[in-house]
Design a protein around this ligand. Structure first.
Ligand code: NAD
Ligand code: UDP
Length: 349
């Protein structure tokens, strides 16, 4: 059997670099396209250190159609995993144009080039933020979409575009229709257990886990817990945290599913990637303290604008159709985060 080449956009980033490890370990050739706007190429050297194999790396912006065309001509990928995008909710509210240009226009250029090269298998990084406000705490894929900020809306728009593409093609090109998996991530945390790759946020982290890790290492003085008066088990926000290794394994499962019934005649399907249960902010702090022996200096602060009290995935569809479920525990997530943070206190620098 010939070895498939997977083109990974955003492959130098947090989730992308972990995906490169899993893809190489699963026997795929890997080509990375990344403009390094939120990452460093060092991550790909580390991928080689872990796997003993190299990815082929192109420093390019996915909106540069000519460059992308040349890469597709040269590398002949069969499948694309599309991680490239901007992801900071606050920044997206300040600079919506930047977010729509990068995330939506970038995907239009990418899919146009894919179409021209007859590459029709795509795994897309979507997010649980595409779900609208609901009184449910467990999210199934059939809940209505209704993102509440430009970042979330850029993901929801891309989902719509991809659904339209697949629908149009299944009628006009039944011989080779689009097969698209929209993977809706819940809260990815953790790192590869080698401690060689992990999340390296620019500046002060927005997300809970990297913030806690930087307080533990002494880079930041204190964590603010945003609200302790939510209607949750201890008053703090509850989220479905998922180990980044479990998450990227979901992408490999999606690629394998392209040969299964639900994708045989072309389709665009959304799958939740989450554990199916949540942990509170205090659960995270307590587990971190227990595993690392470090005490986390925190204070209770007002709620953060736009935060919901509690939500977590219904991951049954991914189990049924992708044969995927999380395997790692909260202890694994915390231990691997700490291993990465303590071995790389300044990230990749
Ligand atoms: P990241 O910022 O670490 O990785 C994204 C990568 O894409 C970076 O290496 C960046 O340099 C690159 N990039 C951005 N715009 C590009 C462009 N126009 N051309 C080429 N490269 C570009 O983020 P991540 O956490 O690894 O997230 C990967 C994807 O998963 C993103 O699309 C994000 O929206 C999505 N996602 C992330 C989370 C999360 O919590 N991390 C949750 C849900 C969805
Ligand atoms: N959170 C917090 N302090 C922080 C960052 C986050 O208390 O400095 C809380 C936040 O209110 C939410 C949870 O931690 O309840 C997860 O937030 P994060 O930003 O990591 O992910 P989100 O679910 O908001 O995408």
């Amino acid at each position: 059997m010939s070895i498939h080449t997977v083109l990974v956009t955003g492959g130098a980033g947090y989730i992308g670099s972990h995906a490169c490890v899993e893809l190489l370990n699963s026997g795929f050739n890997v080509v990375v396209v990344d403009n390094l706007s939120n990452s460093k190429a060092t991550s790909l050297d580390r991928v080689k250190q872990i796997t003993g194999k190299s990815v082929r790396f192109y420093e390019a912006d996915i909106r540069d159609k000519e460059k992308l065309n040349n890469i597709f001509t040269k590398e002949k990928p069969t499948t694309v995993i599309h991680f490239a995008g901007l992801k900071a909710v606050g920044e997206s509210c300040e600079q919506p144009h930047l977010y729509y240009h990068n995330n939506v226009f970038g995907t239009l250029v990418l899919t146009e080039v894919m179409q021209e090269h007859n590459v029709k298998q795509l795994v897309f990084s979507s997010s649980a933020t595409v779900y609208g406000i609901t009184d449910k705490t467990q999210y199934s894929e059939d809940l209505p979409i209704g993102a509440i900020n430009p970042y979330g809306r850029s993901k929801a728009m891309v989902e719509d575009i991809l659904r339209d593409l697949a629908a149009a093609d299944s009628k006009t090109k039944p011989d080779k229709p689009w097969k698209i998996a929209l993977l809706r991530y819940f809260n990815p945390i953790g790192a590869h257990d080698s401690g060689l790759i992990g999340e390296d946020p620019n500046g002060i982290p927005n997300n809970l886990m990297p913030y806690v890790a930087q307080v533990a290492i002494g880079k930041l003085p204190q964590l603010s817990v945003f609200g302790d008066d939510y209607p949750t088990k201890d008053g703090t926000g509850v989220r479905d945290y998922i180990h980044v290794i479990d998450l990227v394994k979901g992408h490999i499962s999606a690629i394998h599913a392209f040969n299964k019934e639900q994708f045989l005649s072309g389709n665009c399907k959304a799958y939740n990637l989450g554990a199916g249960h949540g942990y509170s902010v205090l659960d995270i702090i307590n587990t971190f303290e227990k595993i690392t022996g470090k005490s986390i200096n925190y204070k209770i602060s007002p709620r953060r604008n736009g935060d919901l009290a509690e939500y977590y995935a219904n991951p049954e569809l991914a189990l049924k159709e992708l044969n995927w479920k999380v395997e790692k525990t909260l202890k694994d997530m915390v231990a691997d985060t700490w291993n990465w943070q303590s071995k790389n206190p300044q990230g990749y620098q």
